[in-house]
Design a protein around this ligand. Structure first.
Ligand code: IPM
Ligand code: MG
Length: 367
């Protein structure tokens, strides 16, 4: 491997500025290993609506198809909020790109450094060592994509709408495998979250997960929890979990809850892995920060680049197999934060630095 060929989709708001910072850091991290970045940039989200009339234009999909991974910024903003829901940048870019590349496995780390416990709304004595959990969310099935999905007018003239929650055994098994592999590299525990006391899909989910783990991963400590209870347990004692593993919509909700208890959204990364492998035999994937476009601070040079950089570290790990460089990147970020160099979102009213200074401090710690 000599070049890392990935699509760069900065998007809207703070997306472009934290993406620039990330590419700088990536260059510095990979150059010593003789690796070059082969990147092609394309529009996505609001800027793509403005420039091409669609949040995910065909030209952007082309760029993604020609690459081994996608580094994604964030999409959306006030300018596009008046569009019909289905045309708004978030939904109109993210859902089709997930479908187009069969990005079925969403990995969201819930990581809060010990030094940043004050950023969490939880009581510090609840989380003395920070938080370190991960949510594995199924991303291309369930109620998000199930058919039929429509709005109808009944004979009596009343409108009704309908979404369908569907899961097949193979869809459940392939995401169960991702949860198991993730747990093996961590604490060896998976908590599968469902609503098997009410939903048919959850009954199948639980049965399938039990059988799959028994046959393929008997060494993993598997437990089950109803989603309403999981929402409570997550705020009561997040570190009781190691890997939270769940279907699409439950994962959407629980992963947001997880992000907020972990403090700053400026630190939250994510990976969405596809069904197919890239030319190097690693999963094709999309890597994006979880924090959004932060329109209030966009263009001011104060955004926290860490979430985007941590997402790039996940790209190195999953889509390029470069664990050592990913470790280095993560350590450099941890070192920077520990030494008190912080952007405003994690400075707790103390002196803060801008995106560029934060980036330079991270690069300095890569050496
Ligand atoms: C997410 C987002 C998306 C989702 C929206 C924007 C479609 O909330 O990535 O979690 O619901 O999956
Ligand atoms: Mg969400």
């Amino acid at each position: 491997m000599k070049t890392l060929k990935f699509a760069v989709l900065p998007g809207d708001g703070i997306g472009p500025e934290v993406m620039d910072a990330t590419l700088e850091v990536l260059k510095a991290a990979t150059a010593p290993a003789g690796l070059e970045l082969d990147t092609t940039q394309a529009d996505v989200g609001g800027i793509a609506i403005d420039n091409h009339g669609s949040a995910l234009p065909e030209s952007t999909l082309e760029v993604c198809r020609a690459a081994d991974a996608i580094l994604f910024g964030s999409v959306g903003g006030p300018k596009w909020e008046t569009l019909p829901p289905a045309e708004q940048p978030e939904r109109a870019a993210l859902l089709p790109i997930r479908k187009a590349f069969s990005l079925f496995a969403n990995i969201r780390p819930g990581l809060l450094f010990k030094e940043l416990v004050d950023a969490s709304p939880l009581r510090p004595d609840n989380i003395p060592n920070g938080i370190d959990i991960v949510c594995i969310r199924e991303l291309t099935g369930g109620i998000y994509f199930g058919q039929p999905k429509e709005t109808r007018t009944l004979d009596n003239g009343e409108k009704m709408a309908l979404d369908t929650m569907v899961y097949t055994v193979s869809e459940i098994e392939r995401i169960a495998e991702v949860a198991a592999v993730t747990a093996k590299a961590r604490g060896g525990r998976v908590c599968s979250v469902d609503k098997a006391n009410v939903l048919q899909t959850s009954v199948l989910w639980r049965e399938t997960v039990i059988a799959y783990f028994k046959k393929n991963h008997p060494e993993i400590e598997l437990s089950h929890m109803y989603v309403d209870n999981a929402a409570q347990q997550l705020v009561r004692d997040p570190n009781q979990f190691d890997v939270i593993f769940t279907e699409n919509m439950f994962g959407d909700i629980l992963s947001d809850e997880m992000a907020i208890i972990c403090g700053s959204l400026g630190m939250m990364s994510s990976a969405s892995l596809g069904l197919t492998n890239n030319q190097y035999g690693f999963p094709y994937g999309l890597y994006e920060p979880a924090g959004g476009t932060a329109p209030d601070i966009a263009g001011k040079g104060v955004a926290n680049p860490c979430a985007q950089i941590l997402s790039a570290a996940m790209m190195l790990r999953y889509s390029f197999g470069l664990d050592e460089i990913a470790d280095k990147l993560e350590a450099a970020i941890r070192g920077t934060v520990e030494s008190g160099i912080r952007t405003g979102d994690i400075a707790f009213g103390k002196k803060s630095v801008g995106t560029q200074e934060m980036t330079a401090a991270i690069i300095e710690r890569l050496g």
